[in-house]
Design a protein around this ligand. Sequence first.
Ligand code: KIV
Length: 270
Amino acid sequence: MSVHKEVRKITTHVLLEMKRNKKKIAMLTAYDYSMAKILDSTGIDVILVGDSASNVMAGYESTLPITLDMMIYHAASVVRGVNRALVVVDLPFGTYQSNSKLALSSAIRIMKETGAAAVKIEGGEEVKDSVKRILSAGIPVMGHLGLMPQSIHKFGTYVVRAKEEEEASKLISDAHLLEDLGCFAIVLEKIPASLASQIASEIKIPIIGIGAGSVDGQVLVLHDMLGITQEFSPRFLRRYASLDKIIGDAVVKYIEDVKNCDFPDKTEQY
Ligand code: KIV
């Protein structure tokens, strides 16, 4: 007789319950099947197929060039590796800002072609119509405020956002707006910890921080926290491994073994 272990899938409702019960939410990015499978087996709550794929997978300097088709390829690969975690997919630059009909059709493509459970959108008031329309089709939306990498050409730099009163008060009202519209969570990126914690205490949906202090949950880019990438070292990034060295050492050893005729040996052939 086989024993089936029931997996309690993480849904947007589970995340709301976690906030109510003061349980922290752990979220990481992933872009492919193999990594997603490892992440899911650890008990991670949320996997974000971030448009940071543009940087860490495709080697672009910003998140702007990645296309909807590329995001769909990454997201569908991730979903095939996941049983439990909630998979959220970034709507890439240019697929939701210009009008809400385009936003809805981009979100529908993501949901239909990847099997993911939600989409993430950068912005507040400016993208209100798109958020509303996507939500009206029953697609859960995660917001993203503070440093919004898709607007890098407007900001000019990746420095901490909302340090000044005017930007901080717009951010607070955008967070309330996203909650009122029906978003199930909001990512706050690179803003003062005191501002993020004020927002997290004022609103009921989970606030997931990246460089925003201790809020309801945290997110990091997988390749940065694993030390696959080393060139990006902001203060908020804690590196949990140096995989660049582990991978590099393994490959150097492999090259040596091939060149010295040590690989394959008798047991490694037919
Ligand atoms: O694209 C991404 O990886 C993100 C996270 C940094 C939140 O949006």
